[in-house]
Structures are given as C-alpha cells and as structure tokens.
Design a protein around this ligand. Structure first.
Ligand SMILES: Nc1nc2c(ncn2[C@@H]2O[C@H](COP(=O)(O)OP(=O)(O)OP(=O)(O)O)[C@@H](O)[C@H]2O)c(=O)[nH]1
Ligand SMILES: [Mg+2]
Length: 685
C-alpha cells in the first residue's frame, strides 16, 4: 500500500451490540476493496478479524482488529471491535484513535442495549457516524421499523441515505436516495431504481436535501428559492452536516450476502472526516493545547494496544497524530520519560503483518519488542516531548480468586498475570492480604474465563478461578480481663512469663491498639515488646473462625517475672494466650465488609433490581432518576454481591451497569455468622 496524505486517510471504528455483524461487515468491505481475495466467515472461523483462537472457538470478537483497505485512493483503517460488554476496554481504545464510526444495527433485532452504550461512547468522543442496518436478508428484517427505532432513541438526525429493495430472502439491493440509482446483487450492478419505489425515494430524498442544505447559508437560500441543488452541492453539504454530527446517515445491506457494501465504502470515503479535520489535543502539566496535525510536525503518537505473546514477543499498536515514525529509529516515550529503540515497523491486517519503512501522520502501525512502553503512553521526540491524553478505561467490578493447579503453575503465575494485565488494561491483579488469595479483577465472568484460557494457552499456566473468599474479621462486644501464666519447669532452665490484659472495644476501622500500663516493674521493660508481639500475632487469628480480630484496645496492666527463667519467648506466649482467653470471654462476633453499590439502569428494571437487592440484605439509600435512567445507591454486604455482574446481567438482559467500592465493616447477623463459623470449622477438619 502506498503512503497516503493526511486527507486521504479514514480511521473508522465499527461499533454495535454483540453479534450485529461488525466482523462480517468489515470482512465484506475488505473483500470488496480487494484487500483479501476470499470472503471469510465468522461461523467458519475464517474471518480476517476474528483470528485469535478464543475468537474462533467462541465465534465472537474479543480483541480490536486493524483491517486496513484502500478505496478510491484513500486508506481506510477499519477497526473492528467486540460487542460483548466484558470487552469494552477494546472498544474504548479503538474509539480513541478513530475520527469516524460505523454503527452496525441488526435489521431484525433493531436498537439493542449495546447499540445505546456504543452510541453514548461515540458521542462522548465526538465521532462522526454512519449507521449501517445489516442483516436485511434475515427473517424478520424490517428496515423502516429499525429506522423508526433509531429516530426514537437517537433523534431525527438519523436519516436514511439508502432504501432497501426487498427484504428477508428477497432482499436484492439498495437505492441511493440522492442519486436515485439502484445497486443490485453482488458485486453490485448500477441501474434504475424500481418504479414502484419512486414516491418513497422522493419523499426520503427531500429530507436528505433539506438536511444537506441547512448547514450552508448559500445552499439554504438556493433551496428555499426553489432551485435544484447539484449533486456536488448536496454531497458537500451532507459531508459538513455529518462531520459536524448534525446528520447521521443510515445505509443498509447484508454483510454475508455482500450487498450494500461498496456503497458503505463510498459513504466512509465521502462523508467521514480525515485526520486532517480533527485537532490534536496535547496535554502537558494538566494544561490542554490544540495543534493542527502535520506530516512535518514533531512526532506525537499514542499507544492504544499491547499484545504479549511468549513466541512472537510484545507487539505495540500506535496511532500517529503528528509527524512520522520510521523503522530502525529511536523515539522518546514522553509518558515514561525513556528512550525506546524502534525496530521494524508493521502495518497489521488481522494477524498478518506487512513490514513498512514509515508510518505517517494520521495512520496506524505496530512495532515489536518495545521494552518500557505500555498502553496509553505517548511516543514522541526527545527535543519536543508532547504528550497526548491517555485512554480512559472502565474500572473493574468483578473478581475471581486465581488458584494455580500445581507448584509449577504457581511459579509461573506472576509472570503470566503481569503479561495479561499488560495486554488488557481493564484487568487488574491484587493480593488480598487477609485471605491470602490472588484476585483477578475485570469487567465480567467471560473476560476472566478468556484470561484464564489465555494463561493456559500462551504461558502454560493452569489455574482454576473460584469465587473469592470474603475477608471476614472478628471483634469483641464487651470488655474483658484475662490472665495467662506461662510456666514450665524442665530439667535445667525453666520458662516463665505472666501477663494480665484488659480488652475493650474500639470504633470500626481502628484495628488493634496495644497499650502498656505496667508500673513498678511488675514486668521488666525489655519484655514488653515480646508480650506485644504475642498479642499482635494472636490477633491475626480470632477465636470464632480464625479471622483477624480487630477494633480492640489491649492494655497490659500487670504481670510477673522470674529473674532466671523469664525470656522474650515466654512473654510472647503469655501475651498470645492471654489475648485468646480475653477474646473468648469478651463475646466475639464476626464482621463482614459492606460495599457502596451504585446501579444505573433503564427505569423499567428498578423494581426487579430493588427486589433482588432486598434478598441480598442490602440497605437501599436512594434513587435518582436521570431521564429514562435510574441511579440506585445501596449498601450491600460483599458476600452477597460477589456474583453481581452475572446477576444484574440476567435481571436486566445486560442493560444496567454498576460500580462498587468498599465502605466499612459491620457485624454479621447471628444466623448467618453461625453458618460461616460452621463452614470454616468443617474446612479445618
Ligand atoms: N443473515 C445474516 N447473517 C449475518 C449477517 N451479518 C452477520 N451475520 C451473522 O451474524 C452472526 C454474528 O456476526 P458477526 O459478524 O460475528 O457479528 P459481530 O458484530 O462482529 O459480533 P461480535 O464481535 O461478537 O460483537 C454470525 O453468525 C454471522 O454469520 C447478514 O448480513 N445476514
Ligand atoms: Mg465481531
């Protein structure tokens, strides 16, 4: 592929609810543009985009894919994204490096939850959009119903630019509303539109003409004066309206039957903006500055994806916003403040890599084996280290405990996990110091399952994912005093340590506080730290179910010693045993973590969500309607919402989202506490 000028590039992300046909549509576009010679199929695992073994196995997209093609001397960098909500991190990254979007909507399912989410993301990112109503050949496909739904949800700016000829099995082609020509079959043959569609096409044409004229004073004058606007005038008006987001044109077709695909490519070429039409936002010291992108400018390039493969090594995907980057050069990572050596550059198409000498402004490329660079970093030149805004990824809301199956798996676990989190910024790893578990956090169960599969396939590490343990704690409810004398008389040297402890409750979140109130040398000062250590260590395992004891003030107020037999270890034992006795006397109870939960849901599901939360021992604290969305705030015990990602998905068919964060610890109701204690005791046996 030739190098292209800035105005001859389109970076276009495909967005949709899962399964609407993004991958099939991008495959059809690659085929129509001659970038591939065989039309692959998602269902056979032969598509260019879904080339990862997990994608082939599950027949869904998991990773974003770069799928460049050339159309009318313009380089179109199609970026296919996953529709499944667990992989929204990939969608966010792809949106960040695109100027335009094709929103794919299924002609039979219409507007779905995922359509609404990606619509909102593309709006946030200010992308110019086209809508492609796909699967017109499917049973129940209804173009006009889908158009009505789109207009009802997203407004009257969604205007058909094409109408279908036939539907379902009889879907044959499309009519271009502006030119009033028809494109039938595959490959498309241009012809006259069916005469039966004349009136319909004319009435839709009127709407397009009006929208195109409206953006330009000269055109609107001409239009209102009753003059005909030329095709060129209409096209340029329409282009402006689409670039400004005032119009979102609707096209139609069938990806698997390869109908309506060349006109989709034409629309991308005609109506979506080039990188030249978007200013580049530079952030430095939290100030923002906008620059015009230029081939001669200083290199400014954003890393938007990293893949790690034990055989191929690390691959870094980047988009150049300003200047150019060359093979075998050196760049400056402005985020990490380190120099990086650039080896051979590539242009990727699915899994195929084509070596290139240079990637210029506006274009997207990849490079292998960068040592320091990670997703979100800016690569620039050292003399002008311009930094781009990073990519905003969603925070994890779902976690599983990772249990390596063998000792060998355990040894390699750390490396595998750090590679995984490097590849996917929506994954995080944490060690829970209370339960001793390694916790993998992400956006949903499927994402974590795929991650576990990848660990096995790529790094040979076998793990089981289990529900994480709840980090319960124990505390006391009354005050108590306890004495312990550790005394042993064996052959030679004896052992002697003797302490009196007073235990009192402290407010939640205080932990264990130790105070020494020994007066008059009942215990020599040098043994106090040992007694304290004994207390602190024993507090790690409470008396109910061996959970850490917290929120207790322990006062050492008396004791005795032996001039020969006493030692640090004797006082440590005495401190530990006295604490255990005290905990047993002071009516210990179990504490559990309570989370602050916020759910955002379409209002119709409010009742079901509250009903479910009530079963989960939640305290609903408030509801805030925002338009048709309701935001519900509640405090819920962690133990009840370890699987909330799955529960909420099934209550709302995936239409609600939530966030949660730790709030505080609270006493577990006694019936539930008895069950937890019994389970823990059974575990011990
Ligand atoms: N009948 C019909 N089926 C289609 C069409 N386009 C896609 N499909 C089928 O719909 C299913 C999903 O298609 P994909 O292209 O994988 O959809 P996607 O949007 O990429 O899916 P995700 O990436 O998982 O979100 C596959 O079985 C396709 O064969 C179409 O135009 N007509
Ligand atoms: Mg796909």
């Amino acid at each position: 592929m030739q190098h292209h000028n800035l105005e001859d590039i389109r970076n276009v992300v495909l967005l949709s609810h899962s399964g609407a046909g993004k991958t099939s549509t991008s495959e059809a576009m690659l085929f129509a543009a001659g970038a591939i010679t065989r039309l692959g199929k998602v269902d056979d695992g032969t598509s260019t985009s879904d080339c990862d073994p997990d994608e082939i196995k599950r027949k869904i997209s998991i990773n974003l894919s770069l799928l460049p093609c050339e159309w009318k001397n313009t380089k179109i960098n199609l970026i296919d994204t996953p529709g499944y909500s667990d992989f929204v991190g990939e969608v966010k990254a792809a949106i960040r490096v695109s100027e335009g979007a094709v929103m794919v909507v299924c002609a039979s399912s219409g507007v779905e939850v995922g359509t609404e989410s990606v619509w909102a993301y593309s709006e946030e990112a200010n992308l110019s959009r086209l809508i492609f109503i796909n699967k017109m050949d499917r049973e129940n496909a209804d173009f006009y119903r889908t158009v009505n739904e789109l207009q009802a949800r997203f407004g009257s700016k969604c205007i058909p630019l094409e109408l279908p000829i036939g539907a379902e099995d009889n879907f044959e082609g499309v009519v271009d509303v502006l030119t009033m020509k028809s494109y039938v079959g595959s490959p498309a043959k241009e012809g006259e539109m069916p005469s039966s569609m004349q009136d319909k096409v004319s009435s839709f044409r009127e709407k397009v003409v009006e929208a195109a004229a409206e953006v330009d004073d000269r055109l609107i004058e001409k239009y209102l004066g009753g003059e005909e606007l030329s095709y060129e005038e209409l096209n340029s008006g329409l282009r402006q309206a689409i670039t400004m987001g005032r119009v979102v044109p609707i096209l139609v077709g069938s990806a698997t039957r390869n109908i309506g695909i060349t006109s989709l490519l034409d629309a991308i070429y005609n109506y979506l903006p080039s990188p030249k039409e978007r200013e580049v936002v530079i952030v430095s010291d939290s100030k923002e500055q906008k620059i015009e992108p230029s081939q001669d400018g200083s290199l400014t390039s954003l890393v938007f994806k990293t893949t790690a493969d034990p055989y191929v090594g690390k691959l870094t995907y980047f988009r150049v916003y300003n200047g150019a980057i060359g093979s075998n050069s050196q760049v400056w990572n402005a985020t990490q403040r380190v120099a990086e050596r650039i080896g051979q550059l590539f242009v990727l198409r699915g899994k195929n890599q084509e070596p290139v000498a240079q990637i210029k402004t506006g274009d997207i490329g990849a490079v292998a084996k960068l040592g320091e660079t990670s997703t979100g970093d800016t690569l620039s030149s050292q003399d002008k280290p311009l930094k781009l805004a990073p990519i905003m990824f969603p925070k994890p809301i779902f976690s599983e405990a990772v249990h390596p199956k063998t000792k060998a798996d355990l040894d390699r676990l750390g490396v595998a996990l750090s590679r995984l989190t490097e590849e996917d910024p929506t994954l995080q790893v944490r060690r829970d110091s209370d339960t001793g578990e390694t916790i993998l956090l992400g956006l949903g169960d499927t994402q974590l399952e795929v991650a576990a599969g990848k660990m096995q396939r790529k790094f040979g590490v076998n793990v089981a994912l289990n529900m994480p343990k709840v980090p319960y704690k124990e505390t006391i409810t009354t005050s108590a005093k306890a004495e312990y004398k550790h005394k042993k008389q064996t052959g030679g040297h004896g052992q002697y340590g003797h302490v009196f402890l007073a235990l009192e409750s402290l407010p939640r979140g205080s932990g264990i506080k130790f105070e020494n109130k020994i007066v008059g040398g009942a215990i020599p000062r040098n043994y106090i730290p040992a007694a304290e250590k004994g207390v602190m260590e024993a507090a790690q395992e409470g008396v109910l179910a061996r959970y850490p004891a917290v929120d207790i003030k322990v006062t050492l107020y008396d004791g005795s010693f032996h001039p020969v037999d006493s030692s640090d270890i004797c006082f440590k034992i005495a401190g530990a045993q006295a604490l255990k006795k005290g905990l047993a006397q002071a009516q210990s109870v179990l504490l559990e973590p309570i989370m602050n939960l916020t759910v955002r849901t379409p209002e119709d599901f409010t009742g079901d969500i509250i009903g479910d939360l009530n079963i989960k021992r939640a305290r609903v604290q408030g509801m805030h309607p925002e338009g048709k969305t309701n935001s519900i705030k509640a405090q819920v015990p962690l133990a009840e919402i370890l699987r909330y990602a799955i529960d909420l998905k099934s209550i709302t068919q995936g239409r609600a989202i939530y966030t949660m964060e730790f709030s505080h610890y609270e006493e577990v109701p006694s019936l539930i506490a008895q069950k937890i204690i019994a389970e823990k005791q059974a575990e011990k046996v």
